[in-house]
Ligand binder design. Sequence first.
Ligand SMILES: CCCCCCCCCCCCC/C=C/[C@@H](O)[C@H](COP(=O)(O)O)NC(=O)CCCCC
Ligand SMILES: Nc1ncnc2c1ncn2[C@@H]1O[C@H](COP(=O)(O)OP(=O)(O)O)[C@@H](O)[C@H]1O
Ligand SMILES: [Ca+2]
Length: 554
Amino acid sequence: MERPSRLLLVSQLCIRNTAYDVSLSRSLLTWKRLTSSPMYRFRPNMGHSVPLSEIISVRGEEEEGGTKHKDDSSWKKIKDRGGQDSRQAFTVSYVERCRQHRWRCAEVTFTCPDTELCWNWVRSIREQLASISGRPRSLLVYINPYGGKRQGKHIYEHKVAPLFAQAGISTQVIVTEYANHARDHLRTDAELSNFDGVVCVGGDGMFSEIIHGLIWRTQIDSGIDPNCPDEALSPCSLRIGIIPAGSTDCICFATVGTNDPITSALHIILGDSQPLDVSSVHHNNVFLRYSVSLLGYGFYGDVLSDSERKRWMGLARYDISGAKMFLTHHYYEGTVSYLPARGAVGTPRDSSRCRSGCAVCQHNEEIRSDRAVKYEMDEASDCENDGEWRTVRGKFLAINAACMSCACPRSPKGLSPAAHLADGTTDLILVRKCSRFNFLRHLLRHTNKDDQFDLAFVEVHRVVRFRFTPRHCQSDSDLELELLGNSKRQIFSQICRDHPACGCARTYSSWNCDGEILTHAAIDVRVHCRLIKLFARGIEEPQVFEDLHNPCAI
Ligand SMILES: CCCCCCCCCCCCC/C=C/[C@@H](O)[C@H](COP(=O)(O)O)NC(=O)CCCCC
Ligand SMILES: Nc1ncnc2c1ncn2[C@@H]1O[C@H](COP(=O)(O)OP(=O)(O)O)[C@@H](O)[C@H]1O
Ligand SMILES: [Ca+2]
């Protein structure tokens, strides 16, 4: 057969005793059934192509009596029915897309007429895989054994470790022994130069530990003071992988489209890279925390504070605390000041969504860096000089900021469906005091197709920085009246008296910062564009023809 110059290898090989034309180029592995067989002459021959970038591994294979013995180091002979060595075979593992953004590892075994040809195929595919840049060879893995349903260790050992081993990735695994173990290890002890990335097995709280360790370490190594809210932070070079094993798994869901451990492991193996915006939170020029997903005061802060006392309930704690906080219907008074995102493409009310290779994120990153070069100053001073602070005062049921959509199984479109992962902005959502019925309408819209912002008491702004100052003394007698005024409300105030720690009679709420409680109510928040990178690629648009050929997708 004539070999076109762009192809590295072309051969006739067999898949399950059927002959195929198989070719390898620098970007694709393709196999197409030979049509010479009369049996197949009248059937469509679509062929199958796998991008090299989606091949996980190639290995030699030995089949004996129906049992496969796998050997990664070399190809092996396949015995025919009479036990004679007759053919050689190799198996290619690759990514197959299933429903709802899930990926699986598919395999195809090619048998070859002779040893040398088989060796040639294995070697050529391995050479091409080795030339792909960005695939991790060595990872530092932290497992929270107590996250979510306490399945972190099991998930890692049974679903993830075998895939990493298959892809030739070496790992150092640390099962955490206490809260902030991973954060502190990353801050000071970990020898990071030995690794191409860090993986966390757990939920949003565990991921938060990892970013706090990595960002802090990067700033200290770069001589940057993390306590100064105006400092431009240095981006982290190590990528982070999330194996979801938590309760909400919002960061994984919003960056991959699913909270499936195998899918996440495959994104890590392929070496995907997705930059993420990070907000820094300060109080009186003292650093408090970083946030990548939800920063919520009022409703979400109260739900988290209440749910932490119900950890023993597992995942149901958020539903119970959510219902309770909805009934208490607490509002908080204060002032929100914000700096709108200037010149950025996109608004929180857009119908388009941030997807893999998002043009809005790319555009906004370009204008941001152009502006930084033009003014020769860091982003903050640039914005502060040119931007115009706006102020909103009032009584709020919730003040939320979402750096990303915050999509999660509980709310598949998220808190701010049109927010972007890496555009340098956060969506500031202000839910003013309203009736319980209206608040319920707003909440329910997080779970259906209706627009949760299309309500008179909700406003949303795309911002690069904001501050919140709570009203210091609750002199307003409204609150008392709300709680004690009529018999119906006394029922709710009773709930509060029975649970004094729930904060129902307080002036202040706390902030829910990616699932961690911040007790300071007055905060200064600034978005740092693309401060960290994940082993992810953003949510992929469904492929139109994918389902026709892929049994796993149907
Ligand atoms: C009547 C139906 C109401 C449905 C409202 C649904 C709105 C859900 C939006 C959820 C956004 C979640 C953003 C992510 C938050 C997580 O960081 C945090 C901690 O997660 P984890 O570490 O995995 O436990 N989760 C929460 O704060 C839970 C919020 C649940 C609110 C009901
Ligand atoms: N070994 C440990 N023991 C106790 N807490 C831990 C441990 N490792 C991590 N944590 C803490 O557990 C909290 C919840 O973890 P996470 O993995 O996010 O689970 P969930 O999604 O169920 O909240 C985080 O705040 C994290 O700091
Ligand atoms: Ca963003």
